[in-house]
Ligand binder design. Structure first.
Ligand SMILES: NC(=O)c1ccc[n+]([C@@H]2O[C@H](COP(=O)([O-])OP(=O)(O)OC[C@H]3O[C@@H](n4cnc5c(N)ncnc54)[C@H](OP(=O)(O)O)[C@@H]3O)[C@@H](O)[C@H]2O)c1
Length: 386
């Protein structure tokens, strides 16, 4: 029996993780859960999985529901300290980080410090603190197993291969809902249109990132840290059907790819059972039902965010932290209908041009750059930092 802690259990990845854990009840016990403010869903999850404790980030919601949870024998921790408390619990084997945003960095580091396996969906952890996080993992000998379907695909393609045999990694991108829309029309994109992803059903932030292609940029940075390749050996190809989740090309001209229907339960289960594979009852890919698999170059001019992510990775230091923070603020402003879709890349570019990001050797440094970038976005717009 392995004990799981699921950070962000009320989100898209968190809920799917619990569905995987429920199907593998003989192997996994759910010990801890956390939410931002969705106490109603958390309560349902508590009734089903009977964890030892939960954390609710929103202190008001946490206080309002403490009695209800305690009646079920479950301790409630509140606020950011509560999330940190859950992430450093001793009696777990795997911490699933399904939080969204930079808030995920410190819980990942806490779990690694305890030597736990981190099943990592929260890509912002590595975008923000890739160097520190990978150093910590190797220092303590803890594993980071990616949940992102592209990185899970890369990990699966690399199984049994020598690192020096790899020539390049190719991350596939669906291209999002605006692959065929003219860039000149991006100012008219509505929130509902941007939230309508053609292939994947995900939380709002990553869905907008998929529409701007920032998501692929963040994944390039994540791949860089996870697999230790040169930037020039990481490529992106648009594959609108989302059947091939990524490729690895080897020195001998062989290419390995990992395929499957777009269903996050597959990489989630792999991250939990790695390096083993367990039987699953998810829908299976039927090749005879596939009409085509197509591939095209990404349009870096139309999707500026992808280019900006490569630029930030090349710039190094805390540039990816600045990129990430500015993007989080811009996406949040777009989702609350305060800015237009085409302002997202403009605000990220402005932050990268004007914010400092040179020296960076600690979490405190990273968080300082993160805050500066967020403040910069709001100063540029004259809006208050939330
Ligand atoms: N969804 C996917 O298919 C997918 C695929 C690959 C990678 N990822 C990555 O996985 C991560 C999670 O994505 P998602 O789509 O599952 O997001 P989501 O549906 O928005 O869920 C995020 C979870 O984190 C909680 N949360 C949000 N802000 C928080 C805060 N400030 N403090 C504490 N908890 C907070 C949410 O609580 P509430 O429910 O109360 O909001 C929810 O439980 C992201 O980094 C994303 O890029 C997602």
């Amino acid at each position: 029996m392995k004990r799981l802690s699921v950070l962000g259990s009320t989100g898209s990845i968190g809920s799917n993780t619990l569905r995987v854990a429920a199907a593998l009840r003989d192997q996994f016990e759910v010990a801890y859960l956390t939410t931002h403010r969705n106490a109603r869903l958390l309560l349902q999850q508590v009734r089903e999985f009977r964890p030892r404790a939960v954390a609710i980030f929103d202190e008001t919601v946490a206080s309002a529901h403490t009695v209800e949870f305690r009646k079920l024998g479950v301790e409630v921790y509140g606020g950011f300290p509560g999330l940190l408390e859950i992430s450093r619990q001793q009696d777990v084997d795997i911490v699933v980080n399904a939080l969204v945003g930079a808030i995920g960095l410190q819980p990942t580091l806490n779990a690694l410090r305890k030597g736990r396996r981190v099943a990592l969906a929260n890509k912002e952890t590595l975008v923000l603190g890739g160097k520190l996080v990978m150093q910590k993992a190797s220092q303590v000998g803890a594993e980071i197993i990616p949940i992102d379907s592209e990185h899970s695909a890369l990990l699966q393609c690399l199984a049994g291969e020598e690192a020096n045999a790899v020539r390049k990694m190719v991350l596939t991108a669906s291209g999002g809902p605006f692959r065929e829309r003219a860039a000149g029309d991006f100012q008219n994109v509505t929130v509902d249109e941007a939230l309508n992803h053609p292939n994947w059903d995900m939380g709002p932030k990553i869905t907008i990132d998929s529409a701007t292609l920032m998501n692929k940029g963040l994944e390039v940075i994540e791949a860089f840290w996870l697999f230790g390749l040169d930037i020039s050996a990481i490529e992106v190809v648009v594959h609108p059907q989302s059947i091939i989740h990524s490729f690895v090309e080897f020195e001998d001209c062989s290419i390995k790819a990992q395929l499957g229907l777009p269903d996050m339960r597959v990489p989630i289960q792999y991250a939990l059972t790695y390096p083993e594979r367990r039987p699953a009852e998810f829908p299976r890919l039927d090749f005879t039902q596939l009409s085509e698999l197509t591939f095209e170059q990404p349009d870096f001019e139309k999707f500026r965010c992808l280019d900006l992510a490569f630029q930030a990775l090349r710039a190094g230091g805390a540039a990816p932290a600045v990129l990430n923070a500015a993007n989080e603020e811009a996406v949040s402003l777009f989702l609350s209908r305060k800015i237009k879709f085409d302002q997202v890349p403009a605000l990220v570019e402005d932050a990268l041009t004007n914010c400092d990001y040179n020296s960076c050797s600690s979490v405190e440094d990273l968080l300082r750059y993160d805050t500066c970038a967020r403040e910069h976005v709001h100063r540029a717009l004259g809006t208050p930092l939330g």
